[in-house]
Design a protein around this ligand. Structure first.
Ligand code: ADP
Ligand code: GN1
Ligand code: MG
Length: 342
């Protein structure tokens, strides 16, 4: 079967003989590289997750206009509209699709292999935040409500626990116990948020390492991608997700937890890279929150993966039944290491 509906190809003016192949390791959308003489990235948006895809399109347009006006040299990927000027094309099954220019001579990685890569990736995400300083956050709507609200994520975990069958609970009893043990981070999160010391900015909110394109030598970050969650947030979300996905030599998919480790030199490089762009904009209280960032985001992902396992794997793409359990165990292990290290 053709992976992309003909209606979608036609609407974007892509020839029917185009070469289409899946690309990337994202957990949410379906992404394809398309070649018909030209090269594109074509994505089916997961509307079960993003129930209001027009909000993504509108937020991205607001950011693109601001960046074009204030930082015209900045590379910010914007969708190619269809023949009628729409960013989104809806297929017969109701799923929206969008098309991007493929940014040539770039690669993504799932784990960082050098200090320079960590520095460059963090600088790349920092530059996006820096260039968006001054934009009016009130114009943006959340594409996903309370996305990185740790207290809400803990409540969702508790409700997944309450609704799971005993047979499922038994499979992850160790992970559940560990997840509960780290609950003090929720109190720390609440204190921080209620202190009012964090500035609400437009943040990327999905700064995992494979959401930045590197040049082919892996020495420079070319541009950030995966802009579905570009919306109001706190800098700890962006810095934290970088820490979560970069400090260990293995990714969140690693099964063997003995391979998970804290690489201090990578952690330091992430902080230097991000702060090389953002330090002038962060208050002393925000700088004091830096060590909390990685712990908070690692905990949130442990809770989300575990809750998804308990609910029967309805959110993240999985390719084997225990994948969310493996991811949760991985993140809990990393969190334990981070708590001792930072
Ligand atoms: P997901 O939300 O599923 O993670 P992404 O937007 O991150 O989807 O895209 C998946 C993958 O497709 C990326 O990791 C990257 O390899 C590739 N990709 C996405 N957009 C582009 C682009 N504009 N140019 C080149 N490659 C891209
Ligand atoms: C999802 O789409 P992708 O794979 O970049 C998720 C992130 C998680 C990440 C964990 C919309 O990101 O929040 O951090 O998986 N995106 C959404 O790998 O839920
Ligand atoms: Mg992605």
């Amino acid at each position: 079967m053709r992976p992309v509906p003909d209606l979608v190809l036609g609407a974007f003016g892509i020839s029917s003989g185009a070469l289409i192949k899946p690309i990337g390791s994202g957990h949410i959308h379906q992404t394809f590289q398309v070649e018909d003489g030209r090269k594109f990235i074509l994505q089916r948006i997961n509307k079960n997750v993003f129930t209001r895809p027009e909000v993504i399109a509108r937020n991205n347009r607001l950011a693109a206009e601001y960046l074009f006006k204030n930082h015209p040299a900045y590379l910010f990927p914007t969708p190619i509209p269809d023949q009628h000027g729409n960013d989104l094309v809806y297929a017969e099954d109701g799923f929206p699709w969008r098309l991007y220019p493929l940014i040539q001579n770039t690669v993504t990685v799932d784990f960082v292999t050098s200090v320079q890569q960590a520095f460059e990736a963090a600088k790349g995400f920092g530059l996006l935040a820096r260039n968006l300083e001054g934009i009016n956050c009130d114009m943006f709507e959340p594409t996903l409500e309370q996305f990185h609200d740790l207290s809400r994520r803990y409540e969702q975990f508790e409700s997944a626990l309450a609704n799971a069958a005993d047979s499922i609970l038994a499979q992850v009893s160790e992970e559940i116990a560990l997840a509960k043990q780290f609950n003090f981070l929720v109190d720390e999160y609440k204190r921080l948020i209620h202190s009012g010391t964090l500035t609400l900015r437009i943040t990327h909110n999905d700064t995992k390492i494979n959401n930045i394109l590197f040049d082919q030598t892996l020495s420079k970050a070319t541009c950030v991608i995966d802009l579905d969650t570009l919306m109001p947030g706190y800098f700890i979300y962006d810095l934290g997700d970088m820490v979560r996905t970069c400090v260990s030599p293995v990714s969140e998919e690693e099964f063997d937890v003995s391979n998970i480790a804290f690489r201090k030199e990578i952690y330091d490089a992430l902080l230097s890279g991000y702060l090389s762009e953002m330090r002038p904009f962060l208050s002393p209280a925000e700088l004091a929150a830096v060590p909390f960032a990685g712990k908070m985001m690692t905990y949130i992902m442990a809770l989300r993966f575990l809750a998804d396992f308990l609910r029967g794997n309805t959110y993240y793409h999985i390719s084997y039944p225990d994948q969310n359990k493996v991811r949760a165990r991985n993140q809990l292990h990393l969190l334990n290491i981070l708590i001792g290290a930072v």
